[in-house]
Design a protein around this ligand. Sequence first.
Ligand code: GDP
Ligand code: MG
Length: 294
Amino acid sequence: MYKSGFVTVIGRPNVGKSTLLNKIIGEKISIISNKPQTTRNKIQLVYTEEEFQIVFLDTPGIQMPRNKLGKYMLKISRETLEEVDIISFMVDESSEIGKLDSYIIEQLKSVKTPIILLINKTDKISKDETNQLILKYEKMNMFKEIIPISAIDGKNIQIYIDSIKKLLPEGPQYFPEHMITDKPERFIISEIIREKALESLQEEVPHGIYVSIEQIKERKEKDLIDVHANIYCEKESHKGIIIGKGGKMLKEIGKNARIDIENLLGSQINLQLWVKVEKNWREKEGKIKYFGYK
Ligand code: GDP
Ligand code: MG
C-alpha cells in the first residue's frame, strides 16, 4: 500500500521552518533569511521514497494581520491547516511561550488535522531544558508527537520523517520521483535574488522589496543565459540604498545571486538588475495579484 499526503510546517517567523525543509530536501530551494516573513508563497517540496511520498508546504508564518498582505498570508495559512493531512507546528527553544505562539496554539485547537510539534534549535539548550519543554507541551494534550530537533544539525529529522510516514494516509505518488519543487525556475530565481538583497541590505530596507523576473533567455550559440530582473522597493531613499555608492550594493547583490543561479541552472548567467520604486505595493490588492500572490 502506497502512502502519500500533504504536510505543512507552520510556526512564527524565524523559528526555522525553511531551514528544516532545506535540510530534508538537501537543496537550497526555499529561501532562508534571518529576517521574519521572507517566505511569502506556498513552496511545495516533494520528498519521495519507495513506499511513501510527502508533499511539504512551506506556508508563510502566521502573524497578526497588519495590512492586506498580512491578511492574505493569514488566510492561506488557515486554509492550509484545513486542507493538509498533517500539520507540523514548529516552536523554538524559548522556555516562555510567547504571544504569537499562544495565538497559533489557540487556532490549532479548532483544527482536526493531526499535529506534530517540533521543538527546534535544541542545539542551543541542555538536555534537561529540552525535557522540561517537552513536558510543558505534553500538558497541552493536543499533539500526536512531540519531537525535539535541530534543523541546522539535522538532529532527529529522521524521527520526524518516520512519524509523518506513520500518520500518512493511503494515497498515490503525486509527483515524479525526482521532482523537488512545483515552482517554476522563474520563481526560484526571484527568491534567490530577494534572499541576496535581504542579506546584503541588513535591516536597512525592511520587508519593502519585491523581485520580478522580466526575462530568462538562453543564447543558443553559447552556454549562457540572460536573466533580467527588477527589484521593487517602496521609497526613493530605499532605491538609493539598494543601488549603493557608485552601484556597489547592487553589484554585490548581483554577484551573490548570480553564483547561486548558475548553480541552479548549471549554466553561465548574465544577470542584469534594475531597481524601481513602487510606492505602497503591499497595500494594493491589484499589485498583490500582479506580483503573483493569487
Ligand atoms: P523561518 O522564518 O521559520 O523559515 O526561519 P528560517 O529557516 O529562515 O531560520 C531563521 C533563523 O534561525 C536562521 O538564522 C537560521 O539559521 C536559524 N536556525 C534555524 N534552525 C536552527 C537550529 O536548529 N539551530 C539554530 N541554532 N539556529 C537555527
Ligand atoms: Mg521561512
